[in-house]
Ligand binder design. Sequence first.
Ligand code: GLU
Length: 309
Amino acid sequence: MIVSRFAPAPTGLLHLGHVINALHVWGITRAVGGRVLLRIEDHDRQRSRAEYERAILDDLEWLGFIPDEPPIDAFRRGPCAGRQRDRQDIYTAALNRLRDAGLIYACDCTRRELRDAMTADGGVAEGELRYSGRCADRRLEWAPGRGLRVRFARSVERFDDLRHGMLAQCPAEQCGDMLVKDRDGNWTYQFAVAVDDFEQGVTLVIRGDDLLASTGRQLQLARLLGRDVPPRYLHHGLIMKSATQKLSKADRDTSVRDMREAGDPPDVVFGRALHAAGLLTTMEPTSRVEAERIIVQHYDVCAVLGRQS
Ligand code: GLU
């Protein structure tokens, strides 16, 4: 059975970008007879807020996106396996497996040092920071205030994205040895997601193109953790604020909460999301079922994945 997930970070309110993602996740997963997991990605303890989590859960319910697991009320009741903050033991066990395989080392480099080193090297100052490997052989002790990195092989990760087709990425060149825990003691997004997708049995990852560059490193990490069969991936287009700017939670752009408070029903929210994503020529109120049907037809992924139950 196909298992996918919807994985918002409680660092802001849901916006139209999340709505289009949820329509893809629920639409495609249900069309192939699969199950949807809800995962609250609060790995960044400094930026995550309980009130955003509550608002996200309420807005999802209001829109009609009901996960198969865990029930939304499980999050409201207290500790819940669907919330990253409540999965610390799982991350520690995964880290220890990598450590026992000699793949983890401590690192005391700051982001500023990484940036300066890249600029001195003639690397691009903007764009992604690639770690030079400076601490790889220093045998620093694991201590608070130090990050932990995983040694990446120079392998090329190939995957057949359901929208883009075959893609190849070399994480060692993109980001170098990757942080699994940062200097503030937070598990990194990449590590938490690779562990969660493996441990929760996720077989289909549906997310926006902004995360496309992460896929190779999550694949490599999953393999190092012992995952034999990687998930399938579908990276969909993003709703943009302008030609170059993504929607951002910080700007409260197109937040579901604001539309809801302004009296717009869910059908108007779905119509706006589809129109902004270029999937409807005009903004027309559209039911969730119809919106999901438009997406499923657009990608025709069911033909690739087959209906499985
Ligand atoms: N938590 C991420 C976000 O809110 C999504 C992560 C993922 O789908 O891998 O953008």
